[in-house]
Design a protein around this ligand. Structure first.
Ligand SMILES: Nc1ncnc2c1ncn2[C@@H]1O[C@H](COP(=O)(O)OP(=O)(O)O)[C@@H](O)[C@H]1O
Ligand SMILES: [Mg+2]
Length: 300
């Protein structure tokens, strides 16, 4: 397959939800409204999808991952509708497009050692020929995200920090060697220092390993940090797009201007707490105590 085929393309994708909950808005809600964009893996790059909570970002992620069939429009991979992929083609898609979500804690089974997230991927995608092969793959993947095997392997999920759990998910992603990573608010639960570590791994993935990321965030400053392109989404519609630097320095759409002007005072942690709801703050507090044990991260 030609490299030029390494492409995920959304064409006029819409998602309408119907039901009693949307009575006030005529019984339906257009969560994603005629969205079109491309993600190319050649050359690799990072595209940030930026918008407020409820703007349709996660719905787009689920649609790309094949978890939700859009009401209309198409998502194609190598030019083929992802809902027409079967057998081997579908397996290849599942491996080539990996997801990283906000709260990896939900993905870990508390009763199994963290090693299991690697071995399930190794078995599912037949990544290793022997146990030794698998061990080597895991060690290499941990190294790619800056974790030492001894610090995390053999532990249970609650015995490692939130930042380590997130990086283990990244290591698992790395092991699958995807062309595409869909990262939905991956750093929202992490404190500032760990967040930067994580974003740097994503940047490494692009530069060293040629992986393309759709980076979903409600936070313009993290989009700015990772660079690349930005798609600004409001009420399901892409209202502005372009190089991150242009979009953030010279926003033309009032929504982007509003998002920018709501970027508050220089203290990133203060801003952080402003934006979280109560449950998120509680979760963050739990994570932060954990985070104190992360190697190399200064105690806040
Ligand atoms: N399965 C669903 N059923 C009904 N409404 C949904 C469903 N999933 C999302 N929505 C609604 O669609 C809109 C977009 O949600 P979402 O994609 O999660 O936004 P974001 O990730 O940007 O916060 C929201 O109004 C949300 O309530
Ligand atoms: Mg979301």
């Amino acid at each position: 397959m030609a490299d030029s085929g390494k492409l995920i393309e959304l064409s006029d994708v819409s998602q309408v939800f119907r039901g009693a909950a949307f009575r006030q808005v005529g019984g339906e809600l257009t969560a994603v409204d005629r969205v079109s964009f491309k993600l190319t893996a050649d050359p690799p790059h990072i595209t940030s999808l930026v918008g407020e909570s409820g703007s349709g970002k996660s719905t787009i992620a689920r649609i790309i991952l094949g978890l939700q069939r859009p009401t209309s429009g198409r998502v194609t991979y190598y030019g083929k509708d992802i809902y027409d992929l079967h057998g081997e083609e579908f397996q290849r898609y599942r491996r080539d497009v990996q997801a990283v979500f906000q709260d990896p804690y939900g993905i870990f089974n508390p009763f199994y050692r963290v090693d299991r997230v690697f071995w399930t991927a190794i078995k599912k995608f037949k990544l290793a020929k022997s146990h030794q092969d698998g061990d080597n793959l895991i060690a290499e993947a941990l190294e790619a995200v800056g974790l030492r095997p001894n610090d995390v392997l053999g532990r249970y999920p609650h015995q490692i920090s939130g930042g380590q759990r997130q990086r283990i998910m990244l290591a698992r992603t790395y092991m699958c060697r995807p062309s595409f990573i869909i990262a939905d608010e991956p750093v929202s639960m992490l404190d500032a220092a760990v967040r930067v570590l994580f974003l740097n791994v994503l940047l490494d993935f692009k530069q060293k390993y040629g992986m393309t990321t759709l980076f979903i965030t409600h936070d313009l400053s993290t989009a700015y940090y990772v660079g690349g392109d930005a798609l600004v989404i409001s009420k399901g519609q892409i209202v502005e797009r372009g190089a991150v630097d242009d979009v953030l320095v010279h926003p033309t759409h009032p929504y982007t201007q509003m998002l920018l002007s709501s970027l508050p005072a220089p203290d990133p942690d203060a801003r952080w707490h402003d934006k979280l709801d109560e449950a998120e703050v509680a979760q963050l507090a739990a994570t932060e105590t954990d985070v104190l044990t992360v190697e190399g991260v200064p105690t806040p």
